[in-house]
Design a protein around this ligand. Sequence first.
Ligand SMILES: Cc1cc2nc3c(=O)[nH]c(=O)nc-3n(C[C@H](O)[C@H](O)[C@H](O)COP(=O)(O)OP(=O)(O)OC[C@H]3O[C@@H](n4cnc5c(N)ncnc54)[C@H](O)[C@@H]3O)c2cc1C
Length: 341
Amino acid sequence: MPTHSLRHLNSFKLAANAKELIDITSIAQLDALLPTSGNTLILGGGSNLLFTQDYDGLILHNQLKGIEITQDDEFYYLQVAGGENWHDLVMSCAKQGIGGLENLALIPGTVGAAPVQNIGAYGVEFCDVCEQVQAHDMESGSKQVFSVSQCQFSYRESYFKAKRQFFITGVQLKLAKKWQPELGYGELKAWAQSLNSAPTPLQVANQVIAIRENKLPDPRVLPNVGSFFKNPLVSMEQARTLKFSYPAMPQYPNQGKIKLAAGWLIDQLGLKGYGIGGAAVHQHQALVLINKKDATSKDVVMLAQSVREKVAEQFGVTLEPEVNFIDAGGYSHLDKALTYV
Ligand SMILES: Cc1cc2nc3c(=O)[nH]c(=O)nc-3n(C[C@H](O)[C@H](O)[C@H](O)COP(=O)(O)OP(=O)(O)OC[C@H]3O[C@@H](n4cnc5c(N)ncnc54)[C@H](O)[C@@H]3O)c2cc1C
């Protein structure tokens, strides 16, 4: 019988239960627990998880805490435990005048989850500041340290996301003392041009917060998981054909392909505000699906499918969810969820 409610542990506020849940507050506790056998899921802040069924396994809720900062002439080195809050870390650095993380302000969740999908925003990704990742292999119980290249970071992907068997206990970040703000992203660029002098990390962080608050719904008010879909990568050829039919379509070169803006595609179809049951596409941000009122996992899955179908019909582009679907047995996906909701 499921016993642990997950409703307040996922930012979509979907009703789901877990068979077992353990708060992980020390490495020693993890050492004693691992390797685990059977279904085990790591939970951070729950801001990138979609529970489509009750979870029939053990949830390890990461609450590891601790931040240590050292430095040499050129760099600050931050050793941060995986259960720390990401945004609090960003703000603490910005307030101390340590630059490098400020573009990633207001991304919800934990530090330990940041490498998993290589979080990114406003021209900066986690991989840009990462020096190493420390993890426990849940299958063998052994400890491992990953260099940046071993993490295999790419757009919203990493080795940890591909493998799923590592519990990230901590990360080491390396931040240059000769800090250069990254202000190339549209709204940040316009703001930077209006300044009389170079901004501080704190000023950039506050501006990122202002931009995000203006366009993204606060999950505490309108439960959501941020971008529901990834921005699709298409071939140069497909991008050219699309640009011919839709001259205004935003396109960005990325890893030898072209990245399209999923939100723009959804918006073109007039889907802002479109809903199924208690789930809806946000009124102002087409890439964000929200729990408008008492949404069930079925509402969300049906809405995601409907949006995906409409985009595919119109543009011939398949949207892939960025959020992690979790069902009774663990990691799942939209097509599987459609078979049982
Ligand atoms: C309003 C909003 C805005 C957002 N904006 C952005 C954005 O701009 N950019 C962006 O990239 N993302 C964004 N996100 C997505 C989300 O915040 C990030 O993916 C974040 O890193 C998730 O952290 P979490 O602790 O909540 O992870 P969870 O949702 O708890 O877990 C996410 C995944 O990571 C795994 N995981 C968690 N902790 C660990 C660990 N210690 N070791 C190994 N695996 C682990 C989980 O098992 C799961 O697979 C946004 C979400 C919301 C709600």
